[in-house]
Design a protein around this ligand. Structure first.
Ligand code: ATP
Ligand code: PRP
Ligand code: MG
Length: 299
């Protein structure tokens, strides 16, 4: 494809999303080398430039049309949208798809010694957060008065430091909460990384390249979620065995050399095959069960 104008994709420079964002683009065939000192990385085989920035800046760069695409957590996107809406500024983006990394949740948490009997227990508290807009939306929905304390980092230490009574911050394993003597009370937002596009892309060649990239991303994610399964099965148990393979439609059934009672089954399954299912398959007489990762998928 030839296009004069390169597309720009904003990704997190360093942090929880940066490695996986870069890896996803590399798996889509975008070849680039990142120099830690440089903010921009040019792909050498496609008209694509990567802009490496703080994740908080990504939604705004896309909303303002400074970049065409951005990979960012839905939490950061939603917070920025609420912020801009409150200021009457343009906050539109096209969310192209959720990605398969960056899973976390925005939760309220209080010190272990604080009794919690529903959101009303938080009434009048001072809550430390980096997400004042998402917190306000939730507390307004619940009809609870509170005060906030804006902190960009170290939110979990705020109660112990006497800065706040509770917090509203990101959680994934819960280890940080536990290490700080806090427990989770309410999940207020669930988030994954997502790909967003500016509403200002007009060049047809750029749009075509974005569509091509998204089709490859779909292929990479579908492949990561799928497994290729091969096994030998008794012919009279074929239907039962196929029904145990998760999400496998129309498997290939092949004859075996010198064995008319058994067949080989090849299937693409939309999920991993768990040990329990493998054991059930074996109990039905399946043998030589192989579960293999898929590298790419299309069509
Ligand atoms: N514990 C976690 N597990 C998984 N994903 C997370 C976790 N914490 C955050 N995330 C996701 O990764 C995004 C980036 O998190 P990170 O902690 O790297 O951000 P940051 O410190 O604000 O980085 P930056 O320097 O770019 O501003 C978050 O906005 C969220 O979407
Ligand atoms: O539930 P957990 O698995 O413990 O994860 C939660 C922590 O992860 C994130 O911070 P991160 O470690 O990315 O550091 P940061 O505060 O510098 O952003 C988030 O802000 C929490 O502090
Ligand atoms: Mg940030």
């Amino acid at each position: 494809m030839t296009t004069s104008k390169r597309i720009r994709i904003a990704i997190q420079k360093s942090g929880r999303l940066s490695k996986e964002s870069q890896q996803l683009l590399k798996l889509c065939g975008v070849k680039f080398n990142v120099n830690e000192q440089r903010l921009i990385a040019h792909a050498d085989n496609m008209p694509i430039d990567l802009l490496r920035v703080r994740d908080d800046d990504i939604p705004g760069l896309v909303m303002d049309g400074v970049v065409d695409l951005g990979i960012v957590g839905e939490n950061v996107l939603e917070e920025e949208q609420l912020d801009r809406e409150a200021l009457g500024k343009a906050a539109e983006v096209n969310k192209l798809r959720q990605l398969d990394f960056g899973a976390c949740r925005l939760s309220l948490a209080v010190p272990n010694e604080v009794e919690y009997n529903g959101p009303q227990s938080l009434a009048g508290m001072r809550l430390a957060t980096s997400y004042p807009n998402l917190l306000r939306r939730y507390m307004n929905q619940q009809g609870i008065e509170y005060r906030d304390c804006m902190l960009k980092g170290s939110v979990e230490v705020a109660p112990r430091a006497g800065l706040a009574d509770g917090i509203c911050d990101l959680v994934s394993t819960g280890a940080t909460l536990e290490a700080n003597g806090l427990y989770e009370t309410d999940v207020i937002f669930r988030s994954m990384a997502c790909m967003i596009q500016s509403t200002q892309t007009q060049d047809p060649a750029q749009q075509a390249l974005i569509e091509k990239l998204m089709s490859r991303i779909n292929g990479v994610i579908r492949a990561r979620e799928s497994k290729y399964i091969l096994l030998h099965a008794p012919t009279d148990k074929l239907d039962k065995i196929v029904s145990l393979l998760p999400g496998a439609e129309n498997p290939t059934v092949l004859p075996l050399n010198d064995d008319t009672n058994r067949v080989a089954i090849h299937a693409v399954s939309s999920e991993d095959l768990f040990w329990d299912t493998m054991e059930e398959l074996t109990a039905l007489g399946a043998t030589s069960i192989l579960v293999m990762p898929i590298e790419k998928m299309m069509g």
